[in-house]
Design a protein around this ligand. Structure first.
Ligand code: X5A
Ligand code: ZN
Length: 798
């Protein structure tokens, strides 16, 4: 007989196993394991609440409080938050266990809390009822907001077999009380009164607002849209799922306290944020609005509220584009206590594309978001910022939304709620929705297509918003940011040549010919973008698994068979026979190559190899993939590197992170030295990853990534995990980890991150020192001609 403890640990592993099999096999999901899940074999998930955290980074005990104890004893939850059966750990961190399927409590005692980081599952909310709000008369402004936006998106999700991989969550009507969290009772009553109106009356009352139409079903649909957003917040905050998406109509972000506006009646996302604050005591919520319109409604609602950080990029064209407001510009930073918590990135040109959006994330949103350290992330997810949209006229292709989603999944322990806003090109919309959901489900990401260089106008906008926010954010303290007043897009100025050819193409996409053309383009494009996902996520060798005790750890690692000695010798002698000094080195090279082979053959996504000589392993491993015909391998090496690989042919790019200049070699295009010693009192590395490493990596577009940790590493575990987490979006997630370190915590953390857990919590955020910022500045100046995603201002060297 198995003891209760063994039994529950077994369940824990089964669940984890299930997670990866389902995540990775698109169509052929093992039915039996799915019904196991439904039957509640693995019946609980964890979430963590930390009570009363101060908004500003406080002493490190704040973070320490978040770390769960090694095991918790389960007892009934006091019910103050969830009202469900659950647990409460000793200490300030409250761990709640939601018992979904009635597993007896005594069976669940002493679950290793490492399971906590694995809270998993993606909620999908869709209710056909929300297709029953529609325009009844002729109105050329409103006629794009059609019911098919919802049904087409859902059908495309079905087509990719994504629906069945999500946890279905029903929508509900938001209550009047919930709507009143944001809206006035006058507004609520006006909306309610439209249910019984005839067409003429509906048309008249619609005329009271800018760009809105009422239908007799509108009020019901809008309440469902609100309720869907709240259901999603509840699913994520209760730990039932880790993240999710709600497909809703009508959208919300233009709606204001007292007015409908821009196809929006109630502000779904704003209500969700207020609800999360109230019900879960959250103190920091991030709203990312990637819709192509400015969510002025959301801005007004949170303008003075420092607990909600609102970021929006939007087509602006010097206030020419709807809603044509002065307060949509970069200098609207928030009011009163909310100063610094409203971030507007106005696009002054149409045709912005993948690289412009990524640059905005690297140089504006992500550093702010990491410093803000949200407890929950909400996305006002409009896809009218995607290619083919008649409103946005931008050029971003669906796969970029996978990357944007992936970045946001690294915040707030992965607690991410994506709520639909706009998006009016049905094909572009539905493919982008699929990219988002696929990423939420932790599939490997497709490569972003197109030249990786932001256009001049995008850089100008980025520079100005950075300048506007410099007083409010520590990471900007030592950056030189100055306002740029003469913008290249001002019509009274002579036009400067633009670096991005796409951006010059401001041709209007209005006629149906254009729409069809983009539809055909996307049909083909997505065939190239979607790729078969390897059946196994993370590979390791038996030796490592035993030595690092990773078998007691709830991450499913696939053990690969090792090569025999002769085989390795034969392979190694082709490259660097001289490197192999000991038998042990030879064997570890064998493990490394075995795992690498599996990655290159696409049998596994990623893998971890332990090596007593990381430099040697890396030197061999770096040449091996080139024989497979890969064109670009990115190697990030942390610590002392004894063998510097030859990078002259451009097929290898090395970023070497070490304590001080020890190689005597200075940085060049393909060999970059970053002297970075992580601060002992807190984490300052994220600014280097976001502002430097990611832009270089995205500019390079590698086909494979090798991240190696050698001796004498200058980064802590969280910094290294952050590298793994953020770089996973590249190279179709093909990452090989080579680790020369006996630190089990490092191994486990890397394993977890590769297996798809969100990055662990960092130490307290400290701003990088002036010296460190200067180094990045110098490297940026030296390299931004080669690696164009580094550009974030037009002053230096463009
Ligand atoms: C949600 C959304 C757009 C309104 C445009 C009015 N609204 N011209 O995308
Ligand atoms: Zn929009």
């Amino acid at each position: 007989m198995m003891s209760a403890r063994e039994n529950s640990t077994r369940e824990l592993r089964l669940r984890t196993f299930h997670l990866f099999t389902t995540n990775n096999s698109e169509a052929k999901r093992p039915r039996s394991s799915s019904s196991h899940l439904r039957a509640g074999l693995w019946a609980f998930r964890w979430t963590c609440h930390s009570p009363a955290r101060s908004r500003r980074p406080a002493p490190c005990c704040r973070r320490a409080a978040l770390r769960p104890p090694s095991a918790v004893r389960l007892r009934r939850c006091s019910g103050d938050l969830c009202g469900e059966r659950g647990v409460r750990a000793a200490g300030p961190a409250v761990l709640r266990c939601v018992v979904l399927c009635g597993v007896a409590e005594r069976e669940l005692s002493h679950i290793p809390v490492s399971a906590w980081a694995m809270a998993s599952g993606t909620a999908l909310i869709y209710d056909e009822a929300m297709t029953r709000h529609k325009l009844l008369w002729n109105d050329p402004i409103c006629d794009i907001e059609v019911p098919e936006r919802l049904s087409a998106s859902y059908e495309q999700l079905q087509c990719y077999h994504l629906v069945e991989r999500c946890v279905p969550v029903p929508a509900r009507e938001g209550s009047e009380e919930e709507i009143l969290l944001v809206h006035s009772s006058e507004h609520l009553e006006a909306a309610k009164s439209t249910q019984t109106m005839n067409e003429e009356e509906l048309k008249r009352i619609s005329g009271n607002y800018d760009s809105f139409f009422f239908h007799p079903n509108t009020y019901h649909c809008a309440r469902l849209a609100v309720g869907a957003a709240l259901q999603l917040v509840d699913s994520v905050m209760s730990g039932k799922v880790c993240n999710g998406m709600a497909l809703v109509r009508p959208p919300g972000h233009h709606s204001q306290r007292n007015a409908a506006n821009g196809f929006c009646l109630f502000n779904n996302v704003a209500i969700a944020a207020e609800y999360a604050k109230l019900k879960y005591g959250l103190q920091r919520i991030l709203i990312v609005d990637w819709d192509v319109h400015h969510g002025q409604g959301t801005q007004y609602i949170f303008e003075e509220d420092p607990s909600v950080l609102y970021f929006s990029w939007h087509r602006y064209e010097h206030q020419e584009f709807w809603p044509s407001l002065k307060e949509s510009d970069y200098d609207a930073v928030g009011l009163g206590k909310g100063k610094g918590f409203n971030i507007n990135l106005p696009w002054n040109k149409v045709g912005m594309g993948n690289s412009d959006y990524l640059a905005a994330f690297f140089h504006v949103l992500l550093p702010v978001a990491f410093e803000f350290d949200p407890e929950l992330v909400l996305v006002s997810s409009g896809y009218d910022s995607g290619i083919g949209d008649p409103e946005g006229q931008m050029n971003a292709t669906p796969e970029v939304f996978a990357h944007l989603t992936h970045f946001l999944m690294q915040l707030a322990h992965g607690k991410l709620c994506v709520i639909l806003e706009g998006g009016y090109h049905l094909k572009s919309l539905s493919e982008s929705v699929c990219m988002t959901v696929k990423t939420l489900l932790r599939d490997p990401l497709p490569q972003v297509t197109g030249e990786m260089a932001p256009c001049l106008s995008a850089i100008e906008s980025i520079q100005n918003v950075r300048a506007a926010h410099k007083p409010y954010w520590k990471w900007l303290t030592y950056e030189d940011t100055s306002f740029l007043h003469n913008l290249s897009t001002r019509s009274d100025l002579p036009k400067t040549a633009d670096t991005n050819p796409c951006a010059d193409d401001g041709a209007k996409i209005t006629d149906s010919n254009e729409t069809d053309k983009i539809e055909r383009f996307l049909e083909l494009h997505m065939k190239n973008v979607i790729f078969p996902v390897p059946p196994i996520r993370t590979a390791t060798t038996a030796e490592l698994k035993a030595s690092a005790h990773l078998n007691t750890f709830p991450v499913h690692l696939h053990v690969v068979k090792e090569m025999d000695k002769n085989e390795i010798e034969a392979l190694v002698s082709d490259f660097h026979a001289d490197l192999v000094k000991t038998n042990k080195t030879l064997l570890s090279l064998g493990s490394t190559l075995t795992i690498l082979d599996k990655i290159l053959k696409k049998e596994v996504c990623n893998g971890i190899a332990e090596s007593p000589a990381a430099s040697a392993s890396v030197a061999v491993a770096l040449r091996h993939p080139l024989c497979f015909g890969l064109q670009r391998v990115l190697c990030i090496f942390v610590g002392d590197m004894h063998i510097i690989p030859n990078t002259e042919d451009g097929k290898i790019l090395v970023i070497h992170i070490c304590k001080e200049e020890q190689t005597g070699k200075s940085s060049s295009k393909h060999y970059i030295v970053l002297n970075w010693k992580e601060d002992a009192d807190g984490n300052d590395f994220f600014s280097a990853v976001l502002g430097f490493i990611l832009p270089v990596a995205y500019s390079y577009q590698p086909n494979l990534i090798v991240i190696a940790v050698g001796p004498n590493r200058s980064l802590g575990i969280s910094g290294i995990s952050l590298l793994f987490g953020l770089l996973q979006g590249l190279a179709e997630s093909r990452i090989l980890a080579v680790i020369e370190d006996t630190d089990i915590n490092l191994m486990q953390s890397v394993a977890k991150t590769l297996a798809g857990a969100s990055v662990p919590h960092f130490g307290v955020h400290v701003p990088p020192t002036q010296e460190k910022v200067n180094q990045i500045k110098m490297l940026r100046n030296q390299l931004q001609q080669d690696w164009k995603m580094l550009q974030c201002s037009v002053n230096d060297g463009i």
